[in-house]
Design a protein around this ligand. Structure first.
Ligand SMILES: [Zn+2]
Length: 249
C-alpha cells in the first residue's frame, strides 16, 4: 500500500491472492478469507496514508477484488462481504486465467447483482473485444489487458472486420492501411505491405506502429460502446460486433 501511495496513482488495488485455475473448493474458500483479511488491512493502511501531510495523492481510491474461482457461492459470499466495506470500486479478479469463456461469463453474471450499483466495476485482465462487449453487457465498466499491445508485437491486429495477421503472404503487395476504417497515425501513414516488410526485416518500428494501431482500436472500441449505451443502441452494437471482432480473417 505504501508503494502504491508513493506512485500516486488515481486507483490503488488491494492485495489479493489470485488462485490458480482449477483449484479445489476447500483451497478457494480459505483463500477468499485470507484475501478479505488482507483487504481490511489495506483499507486501514490506505486511510492512514491518505491522512499524512506528505502523501502525494491524498484522494487515492481503493478498489477491493472479488475472488472465489469459478465457485458461484464463494464469489457471491465474498462479494457481499467486501461490499460492506464501502470501497471506492470493486474488481472481479481471478478470471481470464485459462478457464473457458463460458465459465467467466457465468461467474460475472452470478456476482454482478451483489456489486454495489453506484461504484465502479472493474474486470481484471480482460480481454478480447468480444470479452469486453460481453463484460459490458453484464454490467462491467472498466477493463485492463496486455492483449492489444502483446498481440500487436506479433503482428496480430484488430480491425472492424476481425483480426488480421500482418505476416501473411497475402499482405506482401497490399497498399491499403491495416484497417481502412481506422484514423490512427499508423493507418493514416503506412500500408500493410510496408508494415509487413518491417516485420520481415526485424525492424523495431513494426512493433511500435502495430501497438499504436491496436491501442487506438481498443480506445475507439470503448468510445463506441459508451456511445451505443448513451443512445440506447448497445444490444444492436453487441449483436453486430461480439463475434465479428474476435474472428481471425
Ligand atoms: Zn489504425
Amino acid at each position: 500500500m505504501q508503494i502504491q501511495s508513493h506512485l500516486g496513482s488515481t486507483i490503488a488495488m488491494a492485495f489479493d491472492e489470485c488462485v490458480e485455475n482449477p483449484a479445489t473448493y476447500e483451497y478457494a474458500k480459505k483463500s477468499c478469507e485470507r484475501t478479505v483479511r488482507w483487504l481490511k488491512r489495506c483499507k486501514a493502511e490506505m486511510e492512514r496514508l491518505n491522512s499524512l501531510p506528505e502523501t502525494i495523492n491524498k484522494n487515492q481510491l481503493l478498489f477491493g477484488i472479488n475472488q472465489g474461482c469459478t465457485f458461484e457461492d464463494l464469489r457471491i459470499e465474498n462479494m457481499k462481504e467486501i461490499a460492506e466495506l464501502d470501497l471506492d470500486g470493486y474488481a472481479i479478479g481471478g478470471l481470464a486465467v485459462g478457464e473457458p469463456k463460458e465459465d467467466m461469463y457465468r461467474v460475472i453474471s452470478a456476482v454482478e447483482p451483489y456489486m454495489p450499483k453506484d461504484k465502479i466495476r472493474y474486470l481484471m485482465g480482460v480481454g478480447t473485444p468480444g470479452n469486453i462487449i460481453e463484460g459490458v453487457s453484464r454490467g462491467v465498466d472498466l477493463f485492463d489487458c496486455v492483449m492489444p499491445s502483446r498481440n500487436a508485437r506479433h503482428g496480430h491486429l484488430n480491425t472492424w472486420n476481425g483480426i488480421i495477421n500482418i505476416n501473411n503472404k497475402k499482405y506482401e503487395r497490399d497498399s491499403q492501411p491495416i484497417d481502412p476504417e481506422c484514423d490512427c497515425p499508423t493507418c493514416r501513414n503506412f500500408s500493410r505491405s510496408y508494415i509487413r516488410h518491417l516485420f520481415k526485416s526485424k525492424e523495431m518500428l513494426a512493433m511500435r506502429l502495430c501497438v499504436m494501431h491496436n491501442l487506438y482500436f481498443y480506445n475507439t472500441l470503448m468510445e463506441k460502446i459508451r456511445e451505443a449505451l448513451d443512445n440506447d443502441e448497445f444490444n444492436g452494437f453487441k449483436e453486430k460486433y461480439v463475434d465479428l471482432l474476435d474472428k481471425r480473417i
